[in-house]
Design a protein around this ligand. Sequence first.
Ligand code: DP6
Length: 352
Amino acid sequence: MENETHTVTCSAPVNIAVIKYWGKRDEELVLPVNSSLSVTLNQDQLRTVTTVSVSRKFQKDRIWVNNREESMENPRLKRLLAEVRRLTKEQGSMSGNGTRPPSHDCHMHICSENNFPTAAGLASSAAGYACLAYTLCQLYHLQVDVSLLARQGSGSACRSVYGGFVKWEMGEREDGSDSIAVQVAPESHWLELEVLILVVSSEKKAVSSTRGMQTTVKTSPLMKYRCETVVPQRMETMERAIVERDFPSFARLTMQDSNQFHAVCLDSYPPILYLNDTSKRVMQLVTAYNKLHQEERVAYTFDAGPNAVLYCLRETMSELISLVTHYFPPTPGNERNYIRGISSEDCRTDSD
Ligand code: DP6
């Protein structure tokens, strides 16, 4: 028993926000200045797989991300592990099926892999921390809201805990106990909704989300208006558009919110620029396409990077792919520019 190794492997999906989270009111607890809402993507194409092993034989905690060992000195990672160990100690001994979880005082080895570019505005930290939080909860048999733990690793990670359409309620309490993710609708609610990702660049972004949003909160006058007036209203309208499967409204709000997020970035001082010329050409192409059809048939959204995420209904997808391939032909050596996927299920356990 003493030398036993406990291992759990889980996977988590990527989520792409349609109402963006940008800015914290509490850096330590990762509490946002506004609520946000996202669509969870298909795990077959975009996911993180994490294996955690715990053993008395291990000398120290270690982590590998995409086969490279990383430092354990990351404050968010340390905080998440400390919280998991605290809960394990507090909740103690047995799980429902009578098996004993590993002890809180053993070291762990964490191995995490993405099947998509890391830190290129493709929400890799979201899937990564959601996966780690979920895997740890499975391993230690924790009875806790996984989104609450995932949030402390990376804000957007809390929304990757669930499939389908997910909102992160900003909450009001100082301890963050009501700042959690809630599923608005499961993926089965709107199976016709599809997503196409254009990987414009897989390079690491120049300004991290964490640092970028700090600058915006400190310096952007437009940000106050966004948090207090715009987002609360948009959250309601977006939730209604999803419930009613109203694509034109969903698309319009998605594009408006992406535009405003990049506007507050530009309004920051020094300014933060995540979009490049290709991103802007994608915006123009989508705008022209919608104008031609006299309604919103495609929506674009961009996170903290130049990659475009396009939403459309299934009936539009083949035309959209032809259009995109025509205007943005895949470059040699980078043929996997297009990733197609639909919203999918929750975090899952792959094996014990
Ligand atoms: C633009 O969740 O990466 O993707 O909480 O500091 O880790 P931290 O930031 P992160 O920010 C994501 C910002 C965004 C919008 C969103 O996903 O809602």
